[in-house]
Ligand binder design. Structure first.
Ligand code: AMP
Ligand code: MG
Length: 344
């Protein structure tokens, strides 16, 4: 479905499915979402079942206009209004104290609710046609890389859900930035396309990163975004991130790749346009130019999935320390690699 030529009949059909308790996967500007009626506890239970997601990992509620926010949250801080003015619709999720209208099943038992207003026109049309509140996590099987194409959704969800709306490739390719607005100081629970600096410009105060973002929570601490505690975004192969000067990274990865191949492993490398010709592994993917961080972000998940398709058992990646969304990219990559980072 073309964002600029929306098929209203299909949207009505999809909206009816959601109103009747069914599930529809749909495109957003971040990644594909797996949508159900956010106010229907049975729909949320179905989402968890389809994804194989632990039910204490809450869902994000998607709305299509600002008026829809007030019936589901206890209060909207002034800072949140300013952020909404600037970044909604868009890739920003805010956490509020929830009202009783939002079932515990949707929020994983938390007394807060995460809310986002996406900018993708298909998503907005679907939310409106579905009664106004769609609970939607990423439309992947729990633990796998998030879907950036309808085809990825089909790989994971065929036979488990009622409909997939194919809107082509998503624009951003990383999940939304999540900010907790319930504490005095806005707390970034997950980095994304909207950076800390972009938030602070609007807030005119400092925002803070949750400990889980910085990777310093211990296993027994309860992270504020429960999703952060699970292994995430991961390809099937064993992945390692290699940090260091370009020459050293390349020679280290080439040595390791040769050794692993000799042991019968299938080795993939995530490289950049500048370096991809210098690797000798069998599957070298050019994720984009080093300076084009939007390209790196939008290709990341498809690259991880392609390694699965090709049956790669070992994956090496360069580090992508880009200026703006580099932190969001590295946050996902580090989890995909289960924190295996080597400095050379
Ligand atoms: P996904 O739907 O796959 O993008 O994951 C949603 C993320 O939002 C997970 O990491 C959740 O833990 C987080 N999240 C959803 N609701 C809340 C909430 N009420 N408080 C904190 N984090 C939340
Ligand atoms: Mg997800």
């Amino acid at each position: 479905m073309d964002e600029n030529n929306i098929d209203q009949t299909a949207i009505q059909q999809a909206g009816d499915i959601i109103k009747n308790g069914g599930l529809v996967a749909f495109p957003t500007e971040t990644v594909y979402g797996l949508g159900g009626d956010a106010l229907n506890p049975e729909s949320s239970a179905k989402i968890y079942a389809a994804k194989g997601r632990p039910s204490d990992n809450p869902l994000i509620v998607h709305i299509a206009d600002m008026d829809a926010l007030y019936p589901i949250v206890k209060s909207v801080p002034e800072a949140a209004v300013r952020l909404a003015d600037k970044y909604w619709p868009g890739p920003l999720t805010m956490v509020f104290k929830k009202k009783e209208t939002v079932p515990d099943e949707t929020t994983g038992g938390l007394d807060t609710v995460a809310v986002r207003m996406p900018s993708h026109k298909v998503a907005l049309a679907l939310i409106s046609a579905s009664g106004g509140y769609i609970a939607a996590p990423s439309a992947n099987v729990s633990g796998r890389p998030s879907p950036t194409l309808a085809q990825h959704v089909a790989e994971d969800m065929n036979g488990r859900i009622d409909m997939i709306i194919d809107g082509g490739a998503v624009e951003i390719g990383l999940e939304s930035t999540i900010v907790d607005m319930t504490s005095k100081q806005p707390l970034i629970l997950r980095p994304g396309y909207i950076t800390k600096e972009m938030l602070e410009q609007v807030l005119r105060t400092e925002a803070a990163y949750d400990k889980a973002v910085l990777g310093v929570t211990s296993a027994d601490e309860h992270p504020r975004a429960p999703g952060m505690k699970y292994k995430h975004y991961a390809p099937a192969g064993d992945m390692v991130i290699v940090k260091g000067s370009e020459d050293q990274v390349i020679s280290y990865i080439n040595e390791q790749a040769a050794e692993k191949r000799a042991q019968g492993e299938k080795v993939g490398v995530i490289a950049t346009q500048e370096t991809c010709m210098k690797y000798t592994a069998e599957d070298v993917v050019n994720i984009g130019a080093r300076t084009d961080e939007e390209a790196i972000a939008s290709h990341l998940y498809a690259t991880l999935r392609a390694f699965d398709e090709a049956g790669m058992t070992c994956i090496y990646s360069e580090e992508f320390d880009t200026p703006r969304i580099g932190q969001a990219i590295m946050n996902r990559l580090i989890r995909a690699a289960a924190h295996q980072i080597i400095e050379v």
